[in-house]
Ligand binder design. Structure first.
Ligand code: NAP
Length: 259
């Protein structure tokens, strides 16, 4: 059992719902003091209240990961509420589906600002506190889409998710001297509010293409993040964990049909 999260100050971006909420829940259950970040304070606070009712320590905070000023005030809020920052989970992300022929320059910039710059800015802002921690950890939520697979409508999204890993591979070298590790979780298709918005037919066809025959849960991602943030994972940096029920493995639909 990973007990080294007890009392640690954890910041999770994009945590009012979906995967971020799952990560926050798992860390709070493990004794972490969690700052729940999203753009809407009522939703962030509602999530924090749910975690507190379950016995955890959590606080909601409104901030936009595309704005460095917001990230600086977030750091002050986390430090004031929970005494420093030990673990940062950069999870906020969006996945509007648009094929290249419809995709505008503005659409591209919006996805890059949220998913890629929105990974860099919280990391930069939290560094001063992560450097002081004896368990400085950064866990990035990337995706199988981009780093491993492609899907029509997600060229811009895939580029942002692969970009996160390019960023990570240099960040882990630069930050190693402070004992900070930087790793990423690559979810497959996980049941979240964002995924539900893609429709039932998308969920059905995705479940059928996964060897384990079901979508993942937000807690499945939370436990992978928990491991990467633990003391026990201190010697792992610049690495990725794919959590996808085996989705990337079949060579074809035929391979699944014959199983
Ligand atoms: P979701 O259900 O739509 O939740 C997204 C969260 O991010 C919300 O809390 C949202 O709150 C917050 N957010 C969005 N833009 C933000 C911004 N600019 N600043 C701060 N917070 C922001 O999404 P999800 O499905 O959980 O996805 C979360 C992450 O997992 C993303 O990085 C996504 O790429 C990745 N992922 C998801 C899947 C999947 O199957 N679901 C698969 C692979 C990777 P507000 O709107 O209040 O800001």
């Amino acid at each position: 059992m990973l007990t080294s999260i007890e009392g640690r100050s954890v910041v999770v971006t994009g945590a009012s719902k979906g995967i971020g909420k799952g990560i926050a829940k798992v860390f709070a259950k493990s004794g972490g003091k969690v700052l729940i970040v999203s753009r809407h304070l009522d939703e962030a606070e509602a999530c924090a209240e749910e975690l507190r009712r379950a016995g955890g320590i959590a606080k909601g905070y409104a901030a936009d990961v595309t704005k460095f000023g917001d990230m600086q005030t977030l750091v002050d809020a986390a430090a004031a509420a929970h005494g420093g920052i030990d673990i940062l989970c950069t999870n906020a992300g969006i996945f509007p589906q648009m094929k290249i022929e419809e995709l505008s320059s503005e659409d591209w910039d919006y996805v890059m600002a949220t998913n890629l710059k929105g990974t860099f800015l919280p990391i930069k802002a939290c560094l001063s506190h992560l450097k002081k921690s004896d368990q400085g950890r950064i866990v990035i939520t990337s995706s199988i889409t981009g780093p491993v697979t492609g899907f029509p409508g997600w060229a811009h999204y895939g580029a942002s998710k692969a970009g996160q890993l390019g960023f990570m591979r240099t960040a882990c070298i630069e930050l190693a001297k402070y004992g900070i590790t930087v790793n990423a979780v690559l979810p497959g298709n996980i049941a979240t509010e964002g995924l539900a918005a893609l429709g039932l037919e998308y969920e059905r066809s995705m479940s059928a293409s996964i060897p384990l025959k079901k979508l993942g849960t937000v807690e499945d991602i939370g436990y992978a993040a928990l491991f990467l943030a633990s003391k026990e994972a201190a010697y792992i940096t610049g690495q990725t964990i794919i959590v996808d029920g085996g989705q990337i493995l079949p060579e074809s639909m035929e391979a699944l049909a014959q199983a």
